[in-house]
Design a protein around this ligand. Structure first.
Ligand SMILES: NC(=O)c1ccc[n+]([C@@H]2O[C@H](COP(=O)([O-])OP(=O)(O)OC[C@H]3O[C@@H](n4cnc5c(N)ncnc54)[C@H](OP(=O)(O)O)[C@@H]3O)[C@@H](O)[C@H]2O)c1
Length: 247
């Protein structure tokens, strides 16, 4: 499990944590980094290839699959974040469209490639996937849904040797959290924390000092034990559920 010599796609790679993940992947010797972004990007490193990718746009997703072909590591990083009080269904739908249906579409589209490479999926979730933050419940529920989704992919894909790594990231100093007066980690530190966890083979990653505090409790929790127990029910239906990916 390492980044060296791997082909990596990062969604939302143009700024924030996605950009830091791209720089860190290059530092760790990635063979090629596909920088998924809604707007055209340039990078000095010739190992970087820009791909136009709005993760809510099925055509973009299809064309990205066609461009990339071979992929070892998919990093679902793109996301949106708005404060709300659950009073506006549109805000809930917008969060679900990007933070849940986006990673669902992109992951499904790349399953054949990831199965061929016996690759990995890294998801930049949030601590709020585990417990909602009262000022951002729509964001939190979209991350909780994405977490549940990725636990399901983990179980479904285990027979195909594709691993799924969920990152329960704490507050990070990016555009997303501007105006929120909480202690924040620098994006570079978080990107390194994500890849350190991945390279150690951790399926649940707590990549910064804030999230790290609950790592030990999580790994030995009843929820984690229940995830493993429930995963045992999956194999008989895995082939059928993933059949669509072979066509
Ligand atoms: N910052 C934090 O405290 C924090 C904590 C935990 C988890 N996270 C998660 O980390 C990830 C990155 O966040 P960040 O802090 O780096 O935020 P950011 O600086 O606001 O960057 C968000 C990225 O997502 C992209 N994006 C948004 N909607 C998209 C779409 N429909 N298709 C493709 N790309 C889209 C943005 O692209 P554009 O430039 O085109 O808008 C941008 O590249 C998110 O999933 C976020 O939820 C962040």
């Amino acid at each position: 499990m390492n980044i060296e010599n791997k082909t990596v796609l990062i969604t939302g790679a143009n700024r924030g944590i996605g950009r830091a993940l791209m720089d860190e992947a290059l530092r760790r010797g990635a063979k090629r980094v596909y920088s998924g972004s809604r707007s055209e990007q340039r990078h000095d490193d010739e190992r970087v290839t820009f791909v136009k990718l709005d993760i809510t746009d099925e055509r973009d997703v299809r064309e990205t699959v066609g461009t990339i072909g071979k992929l070892d590591i998919l990093i679902n990083n793109a996301g949106i974040f708005m404060p709300d009080d659950l009073g506006d269904a549109d805000i809930i739908n917008r969060h679900l469209a990007v933070n849940f249906f986006g990673p669902l579409k992109v992951t499904q589209a790349f399953l054949p490639a990831l199965m061929r490479s016996k690759g990995a999926i890294i998801n930049n979730l949030s601590l709020s996937a585990l417990v909602p933050v009262a000022s951002t419940p729509a964001y939190s529920l979209s991350k909780a849904a994405a977490h549940n989704l990725m636990q399901a992919f983990r179980a479904l894909l285990s027979a195909h040797d594709v691993t799924v790594h969920n990152c329960f990231t704490g507050p990070v100093d990016t555009d997303m959290t501007r105006g929120f007066e909480v202690p924040k980690s620098p994006p570079g530190l978080v990107a390194a924390g994500i890849f350190n966890g991945f390279e150690r083979g951790e399926e649940d990653i707590f990549p910064d000092p804030y999230s790290e505090r609950i790592a030990d409790g999580w790994h030995t929790s009843v929820i984690k034990a229940l995830e493993r127990e429930f995963a045992a029910y999956v194999p008989p239906i895995a082939e059928a559920a993933l059949d669509c990916c072979h066509h």
